[in-house]
Design a protein around this ligand. Structure first.
Ligand code: PEP
Ligand code: MN
Length: 346
């Protein structure tokens, strides 16, 4: 149920309705919009609940939430959510660009990449310290050492750090170093992990599982939101289809579809979505044209020598060119690529 408060509702009235919702054994999420405040009452329906809540003072209406996901839905919060963490802003107009290597490999690699992507206009640095690899014999990441290198790169460049967390027991450690916790495609339905990242102050980049439906993605986001973390970005990174010429199939209709269903910002990953460096620039432009709120791109100083995903990584000059063209394209679409205005000089 959504308890829609009147525009003139006071803080006391809102607080009182939160208590009434909780007294019914439901969880109350207060969502303060530009126009009015609503309280999403989540839990099992009770008899006469609607009538009981509708009688509260300051209440304008009580309506059911039709979507299976509740706090994530546009019904509950019509205004788009902007996620703002340090230098990175995603959603609410400007397009945030997250760039960096698939894996953090060594100091020189991550530092030089951070400087290069920052100079080209990225507003966040990506890099995996914990890597989910198909084979147990592949490079698994530098783990805490990698997190330290990412933190050092943020220290120097001011770029917010986005990195994956693979298990619940690592959430606390990763959250101490990173700004944004990435939940990878393979973990999109790891519900205990989703709950754990819902309890930390960091923003979360939730990647779509390679065979997950839109409803499953939104319900996964709901797990995080339901724990009280409102800073969730959804990421389309390609799905598995019969097509084998690209690593995954990148469905860009995801962007307008999700914009219609949810207030959460949508980030596109053209690197994993295509699996080929040569396809990344055009799919980046297509993502901007489709209305993406953010982009996440793999960039490596020497992709041929990368320890993971080199075949889909851009080198520095390729990334710079993609950024230049993206800036022009964004303007043509009445949008802008977010500026790193908040980044400390470095
Ligand atoms: C990554 O971002 O390097 C990654 C492993 O992504 P995904 O979870 O989308 O495969
Ligand atoms: Mn990768």
């Amino acid at each position: 149920m959504i308890v829609v408060m009147e525009k003139s509702a006071t803080e006391d009235q809102i607080e009182h309705m939160v208590l009434r919702v909780e007294d019914l054994g439901l969880k109350a999420h207060v969502i303060r919009g530009a126009e009015r405040t609503v309280i999403a009452a989540i839990g099992d329906k009770r008899e006469h609940m609607k009538e009981s809540l509708a009688s509260g003072s300051g209440v304008s209406d009580v309506v059911p939430i039709m979507a299976p996901y509740k706090v994530a839905s546009r019904e509950v919060k019509p205004e788009p959510t902007q996620v703002q963490v340090g230098s990175l802003a995603v959603g609410g107009g400007a397009i945030g660009v997250i760039a960096g290597p698939c894996s953090v490999e060594d100091e020189e690699q991550i530092m030089s990449t951070a400087r290069a992507v920052r100079a080209a206009g990225a507003t966040a640095l990506r890099g995996g310290a914990f890597k989910p690899r198909t084979s147990p014999y592949s490079f698994q990441g530098l783990k805490e050492e990698g997190l330290k290198l990412l933190a050092a790169a943020r220290e120097e460049t001011g770029l917010a750090v986005v990195t994956e967390v693979m298990s619940t027991e690592d959430v606390e450690m990763v959250s101490n170093y990173a700004d944004v916790l990435q939940v990878g495609a393979r973990n999109m339905q790891n519900y205990r992990l989703l709950e754990a990242v819902g309890k930390v102050p960091n923003a979360v980049l939730l990647k779509r599982g390679a065979s997950a439906t839109m409803d499953e993605l939104l319900l996964a986001a709901e797990y995080i939101l339901n724990e009280g973390n409102p800073n969730v970005m959804l990421c389309e990174r390609g799905i598995r289809t019969f097509e084998s010429h690209t690593r995954f199939t990148l469905p860009l209709a995801t962007v307008p579809y999700l914009h219609n269903k949810t207030h959460l910002p949508v980030v596109i990953d053209p690197s994993h979505g295509t699996g080929h460096t040569s396809l990344v620039p055009d799919m980046t432009y297509a993502a901007i044209a489709a209305g993406a709120d953010g982009l996440i791109l793999e960039v490596h100083p020497d992709p041929e020598k990368a320890m993971s995903d080199g075949y889909q990584s851009l080198n520095f000059s390729q990334f710079e060119r993609v950024m230049q063209r993206s800036k022009k394209l964004a303007v043509a679409m009445d949008r802008v690529i977010a500026q790193a205005s908040e980044i400390a000089a470095g």
